[in-house]
Design a protein around this ligand. Structure first.
Ligand code: IMP
Ligand code: MG
Length: 190
């Protein structure tokens, strides 16, 4: 007999728990932006967004900064369509701008094992920026395999696979305004 699989709606109702609400994200981004603006006062900044996960976070963050800001993007492929990373990540698309002598802030969605961010930092260091700092919205400290800490970090979260606000499961859920974990029955690739 065929067993009926519940259908995902790819909306907030597929979430079992909301870990970070839209309001919490908005508030934290304001304070992160003010910390970053203070640190880079009177300098200009090149923000490097790590696609695709950090797209939503970066878009909100840069609009709250009050320092002159350039924007570039980089892509690292680490997860494919699974919920566990297959190391090592590959730099899949290079920067458009020259960051030599520039103050660079790399923005990523989440610091998990640390493999992705440390590969990106190593890659960007080769271009000889004047300074290189990192900013992540979420930090899963328990999962770290590489010794790396973000210079600016939004929220520490427990070891759970989360989606929303840029974070995906198989490219779904990036558009959700909050961050949460999926009901187990929706963590299945279809
Ligand atoms: P790391 O290399 O293990 O630190 O993984 C970092 C990348 O994996 C992030 O940029 C995300 O794209 C992805 N990732 C890690 N944890 C999660 C999660 O809980 N949900 C969705 N994506 C995640
Ligand atoms: Mg990512």
């Amino acid at each position: 007999m065929e067993t009926l699989q519940p259908k995902p709606s790819f909306s907030e109702s597929d979430l079992e728990t909301i870990l970070v609400s839209k309001e919490q994200i908005d508030q934290r981004i304001k304070s992160l932006a003010s910390e970053i603006s203070t640190q880079f006062a009177d300098e200009d900044l090149t923000v490097v967004c790590v696609l695709s996960g950090a797209l939503v976070f970066t878009a909100d963050l840069i609009r709250k900064l009050n320092v002159p800001t350039r924007l570039d993007c980089i892509r690292a492929d680490s997860y494919g369509n699974a919920t566990e990373s297959s190391s090592p990540p590959r730099i899949a698309s290079a920067l458009k701008t020259d960051i030599a002598g520039k103050n660079v802030l790399v923005v990523d969605d989440i610091l998990d094992t640390g493999n992705t961010l440390s590969a990106i930092v190593d890659h960007l260091e080769e271009a000889k920026p004047a300074s290189l700092k990192t900013c992540v919205l979420l930090d899963k400290k328990e999962r770290r395999q590489v010794d790396i800490q973000a210079d600016f970090s939004g929220f520490d979260i427990p070891n759970a696979f989360v989606v929303g606000y840029g974070l995906d499961f198989a490219e779904h859920y990036r558009h959700l305004p909050c961050i949460g974990s999926l009901w187990p029955e929706f963590q299945i690739l279809r």
